[in-house]
Design a protein around this ligand. Structure first.
Ligand SMILES: [Zn+2]
Length: 141
């Protein structure tokens, strides 16, 4: 039987092997002896993490739907791509970089979840956006 622990957010108990482990480091000198370990539910962690906070792919499987996280990154990427069009200046590069990094994140999540069709679709989209950027914006100062 697995040991139980209190969730650091809601204080309910659950088996430790079903909970997330948060390692907290106080400010100051680093070192293992200065860290504190805390257990929590995946659902509780999701409530305190900002929606835009990046999640490790292993965390997603437990706490969020992979498809939602892909969609979220894709929306952010498409918004950055639209902003790139509006910018028409040196700022376009920043928006392009944002779009590319959100797509990269979505692709990583899709790969981790072995969603091959999603990987192909997202890769094709980011390749298209890169070719638009290279042909229309590259070299603009
Ligand atoms: Zn909890």
């Amino acid at each position: 039987m697995s040991e139980h622990a209190h969730c650091g957010f809601c204080n309910a108990t659950a088996p430790q092997n079903e909970m997330f482990r948060l390692i907290i480091s106080p400010p100051g000198e680093e070192g293992f002896e200065r860290t504190q370990t805390m257990f929590c539910h995946g659902a509780c962690l999701d409530q305190v993490l900002h929606p835009q906070m990046w999640r490790h792919p292993d965390l997603l499987e437990e706490s969020m739907l992979v498809a939602d996280e892909i969609e979220r990154n894709e929306k952010l990427a498409e918004a950055a791509y639209e902003a790139m069009y509006e910018a028409r200046s040196h700022a376009a590069k920043d928006f392009f970089d944002d779009a590319r990094s959100y797509f990269t994140r979505a692709i990583e999540i899709a790969k981790h979840a072995e969603l091959d069709d999603e990987v192909s679709r997202l890769t094709a989209r980011v390749d298209h956006i890169a070719s638009v950027y290279n042909s229309q914006f590259r070299g603009i100062r």
